[in-house]
Ligand binder design. Structure first.
Ligand code: NDP
Ligand code: HSE
Length: 427
């Protein structure tokens, strides 16, 4: 049996996890797939990560050009992360006809349209199952399982760090800072947690998933994005009382009016399947016009779950029949795709107001004048009570985003309104 030689660029968490699977299950992959796969080269800044695992230094390489020139290697895994030098390194590998398997959602979301033509030109494959939702084979499902369906919507919990933080705040009543520190100590967050907590990571993944699902470019820059940094313990408590969990959702919808793509915290009804996705787990809830609702659930991060997705891509890349996107991958919104900014949603609005007669009716009149109908209102007894203030929470029926933004601006001008605490959309 021929031995297929591959390389790994970036030997950290995911690169190491990939190596574990390829070595521990080498015989199994030989027996079941008929492929003998050997990691011939590991490129990193230093050989320290190899030393830490007792791997012979002979596989270490720090010269990317030497790796690109090695004609024995047919597939290269990129698990370095970041845009540069990953983009340059991948371009070198594709240009020398090597297929690339990457977990790098940031690079894909920003430069997929530049990398794919290089792959096509050189007959190389570009595989990225691991870039979205870790070990969950969502990209394969979207690409290979809905040939007869139009995907209408995707609702995803696709960032493990934020889901861990929000779950911990909900289960233990702790504040955001304490929950973030725990997520960092457990290694869920990216090196710079801003990417996770401000929703960038989820927006990168949503851009990839929505583009594949809707067969059109949904550029990362066109995705509305809000992170979880302003979600408070009190929002989580109110939401719970009202029968909701707060999740960072990545939402994409495609319909006759165009495409919606947004990442923001969301109140999810407690009886919705997504509300039970806790901790660092991920889930994608997808609707196809004929298949109906499906939910994909599993570990969205971690060395071995993500490594598993990479190994499956390596096996696919070695199969040799590479496929590419079936839409014009220009990196720009297609002129025939309308992006819907004024979507409709339910809204949770939390205000600190003077606790005196007439305040609630003035606020609800303002909302009513803008076509916003209130579904529920509660007044917490615990906020600034001694100073004559109250925390009032409204839940609205579905309303237009722009109308709600306008209402919030107007409500903020009322003398009786001390503070607009939060506005969170409702699923
Ligand atoms: P790590 O930081 O653990 O590993 C990256 C490795 O690449 C490190 O050894 C790093 O060395 C090395 N590296 C970085 N830059 C260079 C360079 N210029 N030249 C040579 N080596 C370099 O990252 P992860 O494994 O966590 O993530 C890798 C990729 O996988 C990222 O794109 C990430 O978004 C993605 N991903 C990660 C998941 C996870 O669970 N961690 C899940 C899904 C995707 P040094 O440490 O010295 O910088
Ligand atoms: N930081 C990412 C997360 C890793 O928390 O989901 C997986 O992409």
């Amino acid at each position: 049996m021929k031995t297929h030689k591959i390389a790994i660029m970036g030997f950290g968490t995911v690169g190491g996890g990939t190596y574990d699977i390829l070595t521990e299950n080498r015989e199994y992959i030989r027996a079941t797939r008929g492929l003998d796969i050997e990691v011939k080269t590991i490129l990193d800044r230093s050989s320290a990560p190899l030393d830490a695992r007792g791997i012979d230094k002979s596989v270490f390489c720090s010269d990317v050009d030497a790796l690109a020139a090695d004609s024995e290697i047919s597939v290269v895994v990129e698990t370095m992360g970041g845009v540069e030098p990953a983009k340059t390194f991948i371009t070198k590998m594709l240009s020398s006809g090597k297929s690339v398997v990457t977990a790098n959602k940031e690079l894909l979301a920003k430069h997929w349209h530049e990398l794919e033509p290089v792959a096509r030109e050189h007959g190389a494959g570009l595989y990225f199952e691991a870039s979205c939702v870790g070990g969950v084979p969502i990209i394969r499902a979207i690409n290979e399982s809905f040939q007869g369906d139009k995907v209408k919507s995707i609702y995803g919990i696709i960032n493990g760090t934020t889901n861990y933080i929000l779950s911990k705040m909900s289960a233990e009543g702790v504040g955001y800072a304490e929950a973030l520190a725990a997520a960092q100590s457990l290694g869920y967050a990216e090196a710079d947690p801003t990417s996770d907590v401000e929703g960038f990571d989820a927006a990168y993944k949503l851009s990839i998933l929505a583009s594949l699902a809707f067969h059109t470019c949904v550029p990362y820059g066109n995705i509305y994005r809000e992170g979880i940094t302003s979600v408070t313990a009190s929002d989580i408590k109110h939401a719970k009382e009202l029968g909701y969990a707060i999740k960072l959702l990545a939402i994409a919808k495609s319909g006759d009016d165009g495409v919606e793509a947004r990442v923001h915290p969301c109140l999810v009804p407690i009886d919705h399947a997504l509300s039970s996705v806790s901790g660092a787990f991920n889930a994608v809830y997808l609707n196809g016009d004929f298949v109906g609702d499906l939910m994909f659930y599993g570990a969205g991060a971690g060395a071995h779950p993500t490594g598993s997705a990479i190994v499956s891509d390596i096996v696919k890349a070695l199969g040799g029949k590479h496929t590419y996107t079936d839409f014009q991958n220009t990196g720009k919104l297609s002129p025939d795709t309308k992006l819907i900014g004024d979507f409709t949603s339910g809204y949770y609005i939390s205000l600190i107001v003077d606790d005196r007669p007439g305040v609630l009716s003035r606020i609800s009149t303002m909302m009513g004048d803008l076509g916003i109908s209130i579904k529920a209102a509660t007044q917490g007894p615990d906020y600034e009570e001694k100073k004559g203030g109250a925390n009032v929470v409204f839940l609205t029926h579905r309303a237009k985003e722009h109308a709600v933004m306008q209402a919030i601006e107007k409500i903020g001008t009322l003398a009786a309104v001390r503070k607009i605490e939060s506005m969170i959309r409702v699923l």
